[in-house]
Design a protein around this ligand. Structure first.
Ligand code: COA
Length: 274
């Protein structure tokens, strides 16, 4: 009997979680009965509750939701969206197309927010120990470049001279700082990095969506890895929409370019076995 009890406890502890408590007829999320959450909180608040354990206040929820809205889609040229469409045309169901596309969200595409929060955190730590913003940015950027190469995460864009999403998000950040909802120190850090890049490159390399959402995630206290995770949640909406639109088309086996367009071959000229 004791052994059976211990085995049951062992099994229960094996899947221990502080997120959700389920019993027959009862589902509590972070302690709140699900029926109280349904109809009373929005999806952004639900994501926050799941990840952070508490509900956000209204100002936090508004900023967080803005990042989710901003990142949903960047058109078929964005690798994640292209992959979703190509996978669907190959016959994958929606879930398979979504999984394929989400896997492309890494350091250079969509996932740079994680590295950007890490960079901002390093700079912030230097400021906490007395460095000026300018010095902290220089030292943080130097350390990042030494470890990771010359591209700073969250800056630069292939299409947009200025990323309209970043501009709007930063305006919301400034508004929130004025209303004392957030400190604004990460916005100052990101702008410091942007200014340094402009000075070094002799041209603007402006903050992109990942750099701007990283400011918000850092201001709101999200861990760096969650910046990437939350981006994936947002982009999943665009990925699903494009997979669904593609599903309604007769195209099969869609490659990255129309087949009439050649690619450049750089190997040996035709040769023959001896
Ligand atoms: C997005 C990205 C791939 C676009 O690159 P691109 O427009 O093709 O830029 P290039 O690689 O041609 O670089 C052009 C110049 O700007 C500089 N530059 C561009 N983005 C830069 C960045 N993030 N940090 C530092 N320098 C950057 C390059 O060093 C290069 O300067 P150089 O001519 O002196 O070598 C690139 O900016 C990048 O890797 N950014 C960081 C990752 C990121 O934030 N990704 C999310 C994009 S939404």
């Amino acid at each position: 009997m004791t052994q059976a009890f211990d085995a049951a406890k062992l099994a229960a502890d094996y899947w221990s979680t502080s997120i959700i408590d389920i019993h027959p007829g009862s589902i509590n999320v972070r302690g709140f009965p699900i029926q109280e959450l349904i109809g009373n909180i929005g999806f952004p608040q639900m994501i926050w509750l799941m990840l952070r354990g508490e509900l956000p206040n209204a100002a936090q929820a508004r900023l967080f939701e803005a990042t989710l809205v901003a990142s949903v889609d960047h058109g078929p040229h964005a690798p994640s969206i292209a992959i979703s469409r190509m996978a669907t045309s190959c016959g994958l169901p929606l879930n398979g197309a979504m999984a394929s596309a989400l896997n492309a969200l890494d350091d250079n595409h969509g996932g740079a927010g994680q590295q950007a929060v890490e960079l901002y955190d390093v700079i912030d730590a230097r400021m906490q120990t007395g460095s000026t913003l300018e010095n902290a940015v220089e030292q943080g950027v130097a350390a990042f470049i030494e470890a990771n190469g010359k591209y700073l995460p969250g800056f630069g864009h292939r299409f947009h001279p200025v990323d309209p999403r970043a501009t709007r998000l930063l305006a919301m950040v400034d508004e929130s700082v004025e209303q004392h909802h957030i400190s604004g120190r990460y916005a100052a850090i990101a702008r410091g990095v942007e200014a340094l890049l402009k000075q070094r490159k002799n041209k603007p390399v402006p903050m992109n969506i990942d750099g701007a959402t990283a400011v918000i995630y850092a201001e709101l206290g999200f861990a760096p890895e969650l910046a990437r995770g939350v981006f994936c949640l947002s982009r999943a909406v665009g990925i699903l929409s494009h997979a669904w639109e593609q599903r309604g088309r007769s195209e099969r086996n869609k490659g990255p370019m129309p087949r009439q367009m050649a690619y450049t071959y750089t190997g040996e000229a035709e040769r023959h076995l001896p």
